[in-house]
Design a protein around this ligand. Sequence first.
Ligand code: ADP
Ligand code: MG
Length: 418
Amino acid sequence: MAKASEIEDNDSFKMGQPYFCNECGRNHTKGKIYKEHLKYAQFESNSEEDEQQEITELNEFDEKELTDAFNEIEKEESNYEDENEIEDNIDSNIEDIPNNGESIQECINAVKQLPGVGEATLNKLIKAGFSSLESIAFTPPKIIQQESGLGDKTTAKLIKSSMEELNIGFKSAVDVWEHRKNIARITTGSQELDDLLGGGVETGSVIEFFGEFRTGKTQIMHQLCVNVQLHEEKGGMEGKALYIDTEGTFRPERIIQMSEGLDLDHNIILKNIVFGRAYNSDHQILLIKEASNLIKEQNIKLIVVDSLIGHFRSEYIGRGTLANRQQTINSHLHDLLRLCDIYPDLAIVVTNQVQSKPDVFYGNPIQAAGGNVVAHGSTIRVFLRKGKGEQRIAKIVDAPHLPEGEAIFSITENGISD
Ligand code: ADP
Ligand code: MG
């Protein structure tokens, strides 16, 4: 998977929009960064010929004029440094999110302590991505067997002892409440939308945004990738985002604009987004399986899948393939739900397309694609539709704890807002 900052999109240069500059190897947009580049390019673009001419011209100056000229340049350079200092101050709002190297070793050590785990078993488990007690305890035995090649008795024993070690079993509802009280949330950028969601996008659930095209699904996904990196008191989780793009609509330019809207250093924000383009449904499933290894290591707190079933819809055509398609989507969704169980401080958001139901006479003929499998798989479902101009309307369709309601938000150049 590539870092978002490594993605260049030179073809998309349009006036007024951000673009990647080959000249100085940075991304530029409107406003201060663009101005900074103009200055930067001015210093650099002087060709040798220009320089030669300048020297000749300088030789022709008398000494007083020469001192004046130097003073002028010095003044300009110190102004330039001041500007940079201000930018540095703004940049300190956000920090590089470090990897979690030590805690992975701790997880592996815990697996090593399980009874009957020798060097060979441990290697097989790690290779198959089961490097923590949680990943063993929450994965169905069949899947562990398939992927690690271990026998059924060994697998059963491993799961049982991992569960014992983690104290998984019945617990009091007070404990569940204690956990839910401390659940972390990521702000969407719009207070109204946050309120509708009970305080923002929550961890431990799969949240689905569905709606027609241009209703803002992809924009919300981009904004959450920026916001998850914010400090807690600003509505973030100080974690990285992992973006699985199945439609080819991820745009680093939008991340830059949204970062600028929040006065954040876009280079750091881009670096903290791990990006994977899924070229088909099998690849998409594989990326999520690979992702489970990255979450701890890279400190990932948000996974985005945009969109969840686009590939499945285009690959499984015809009535005959329906059962197979639904089964594959179901198992993919369960891979995602399992990640929520294994990593309680991880939020998962997915987008979904809609289909028109011509046989619906009363009520909304527009329904989320994927049928009951997706409807039962995602924990919270939000329906998006267009309002006036840049306004969009979000409606909670299904949530275990939220009342049905609507929120109006806007999509602006700086991202999602009220
Ligand atoms: P979808 O639901 O199909 O994923 P998007 O999330 O891509 O839709 O939303 C597209 C809409 O977002 C556009 O119609 C436009 O209103 C808005 N939008 C996209 N980029 C910008 C921008 N740079 N400035 C303002 N609005 C934008
Ligand atoms: Mg989209």
